[in-house]
Design a protein. Sequence first.
Length: 455
Amino acid sequence: MTKILIIEDDPQIIATMTATLQKWQYQVATVQDWQHVVQRVDETVALVLCDITLPSFDGFYWIQTIRQTSAVPIIVISAAAIDDNVMHAVAAGAGLATICLLCSAVMVLLFGSLSLYVGRSRIQRLWNPAAIQVVTPLKQRAQVHQTVVQLADQQGVAVRRVADYSITVPQYGKITGAKFSTQLGGAASNTATLILISRQTYQRLTHHPVQLAANQALVYSPGQAVPSKLKVGEATYHLHRLAHFKWGIDPTHSIFPPIYLVVNQLPQLRVQAFDYQRTLPTTKKLAFEQSVTAALPMADNSYLSMRQTIKTFLNGLTGGTIFVGFLISLAMLVTTAIVIYFKQLTEGLVDRHRFVTMQAVGLTPLETAAAIRTQVLAVFLLPVGGALLNLAVAFPGIRKILKLFSMYDGWLELKIAVLVAVLLLVIYLSVYAVTTRLYQRVVASGQPTDGDVVR
């Protein structure tokens, strides 16, 4: 039968513990002579349960004395300062929760801001592969070309037409299963813009010969996934995906990403794309594009897009977003550092007695410092894990927003997520290294000094 020694002076506690242990088939021994406690610890004792507040000498003394002659396991049982310990635990939990929330907010905010800023170039390429794009009915084709050339001559801009092709009128709708449906529940249910171009037009633009059967089509969809078979109206197409199509523009600049189908069908609208020299000053580019906007007659189903105008708009929008995001993130990082600093300081003051306890049971100062460092690091990294988990939970929502504006790139978002995580971890570990030294100084000292608090 396993023997357990109880070093306790309260008869009621002794009786309760003895009854409980004996019920589980343990042999119980107790201390009656407080001058000969060590003599009760012989080779038959498998475990010692020791109180701290005892007659003659306290539990720390007896633990140290027992350790000089025996390696028997010792469990400290004490209700001393239980209120302080409970408050300390609650305060530690509250501090970790605050740090976790701040770290999560910083990570998600930085990831979202950087994704929007980096994604602006993707949406700019989608909207404007050329400097100026004009989408009009076919009958206005000659008038558009003449107007752009005349304005360029008047303002000294060298302009050339780089593309001239036909598309269908953009249709807003939603892909449900293998069918593209329009006006399902109104605009609120739309998720895509469907545009068709002919096989001949695609070949002329890309210089890539394509053979398509009547029920086949090429599909370019930069903003969302499409099934391998899609029904549009009365026709059902077997789709072959295109990885890239420079002229797969979004003429309406809507929040519904475009889906281009290359089919054997005659389109209805005419797209003309013009480029001018990129070395022009930004002010002259904007002035020229504004004059084109004012001079071109835009009828129904007509769309006009200017690269420099769009670039200026997106830079202002995303630049302001990332500035505010970095500013708020910086404020949160500073707040996090302050919270961590005072958390380490206050916990160091409370944990000094634990340092004494660990030395009392026989640990050297180096072993004690290593144990404290390991414990602090394990708890300290919990907010980082929480922040990564929060980012993982928030990622689908951010991805949906980016896809809505055709700004999503899976590999690029993964790189940004890794960059943000590494950046936060480096900053966090730097704060940890600084504040842990303060914590160890406070714990190891008999009394904290003013210098400990200021440093």
